[in-house]
Design a protein around this ligand. Structure first.
Ligand SMILES: Nc1ncnc2c1ncn2[C@@H]1O[C@H](COP(=O)(O)OP(=O)(O)O)[C@@H](O)[C@H]1O
Ligand SMILES: [Mg+2]
Length: 286
């Protein structure tokens, strides 16, 4: 897989351009990371560590003060490529109500492609395909405000998908949803990654969502703390706790049992793995 996102020594400050401030405070501090085409990355970190700022830099809504970001080889700070970058990297935000603009679902999804100046027949096809991809085709004639939170967020995702991005950056897309809505959105995100090959950067506070990614990147105070497969990252329970981060519930349970002298082969990441470890433990103790 080739690198799709390449972040090279990026620093960002909200006050760097303010001449009245002698020493601007950087919220991203010399960050470097690479994300491959088709990869599904979960981005974690305590509130205020710079995740949303990084998300905005990824689709050229903000530009680095130092360093470079390349999307598919294109420098985001090149003015002539801003339009292409925004088309290539779609940003999905926390609150679907802020992203829905029309009073009928299919009109809402058509809004993006219409603004791109795409032909009506092509728009029709894209809207249908996007609504099918998020399993909301049957709701195409409904009013968005009557939908559940999970359904609204899926329509918002369809609106972005209809612009045919190669990458989706989702900034806490499930934070305002109930467990059912969260599952719906996560299934959609995984499907878009596996079936449509869309590169995913999912910012989340839910560790059970993060374990479903190919890779987890943990940020802390504007820097990258750790990056690795979910199992590698979540086995470092103490490091994460020191940085005020949670681990998945299954991992937490096993961590506490280990602290009381029980041994386990491998830290579980979900309830199925936890049950298997507990069964082994019980057999050993019999
Ligand atoms: N528009 C802004 N202007 C000034 N400071 C901001 C702005 N947005 C965020 N910040 C600050 O930048 C830091 C990182 O914020 P943010 O990227 O939103 O973090 P996260 O998404 O990880 O919670 C925080 O200290 C926050 O207060
Ligand atoms: Mg944020």
């Amino acid at each position: 897989m080739e690198d799709f996102i390449n972040i090279e020594n990026v620093s960002f400050s909200y006050s760097a351009d303010d001449e009245n401030i002698a020493a601007p405070e950087y919220v991203l501090k010399d960050i470097s990371m690479k994300i491959k085409k088709g990869e599904f990355v979960a981005l974690l970190g305590h509130n205020g560590c710079g995740k949303s700022t990084l998300a905005r830099l990824l689709n050229a809504m903000s530009l680095p003060n130092k360093g470079k970001i390349y999307i598919n080889g294109v420098d985001t700070s090149q003015t002539s490529s801003v339009f292409d970058i925004r088309k290539t990297v779609g940003l999905v935000l926390q609150n679907p109500d802020n992203q829905l603009v029309a009073s009928i679902v299919e009109e809402d999804v058509a809004f993006g492609p219409e603004n791109l100046g795409i032909e009506p027949s092509e728009i029709r096809k894209r809207v249908d395909d996007a609504l099918k991809a998020v399993d909301m085709y049957d709701y195409r004639a409904h009013a968005p405000f009557k939908l559940s939170g999970g359904q609204k967020q899926r329509v918002a995702i369809a609106g972005i998908i209809a612009m045919q991005p190669q990458c989706l950056v989702l900034d806490e897309p499930t934070a305002m949803l109930d467990p059912k809505g969260r599952d719906e959105v996560m299934s959609t995100v995984k499907k878009l990654n596996r079936e449509n090959g869309i590169t995913i950067v999912l910012i989340t506070h839910y560790m059970d969502e993060a374990v479903q990614a190919d890779r987890v990147i943990v940020m802390d105070d504007g820097k990258v703390l750790i990056s690795g497969r979910p199992r590698e990252v979540f086995s470092q329970v103490e490091l994460l706790k020191r940085h005020r981060l949670d681990v998945p519930q299954a991992t937490e349970l096993m961590y506490r049992l280990k602290g009381r002298g029980f041994s386990c082969d491998e830290m579980p990441l979900n309830s199925d793995e936890c049950i298997r470890q507990l069964e082994k433990m019980l057999k050993r103790n019999n």
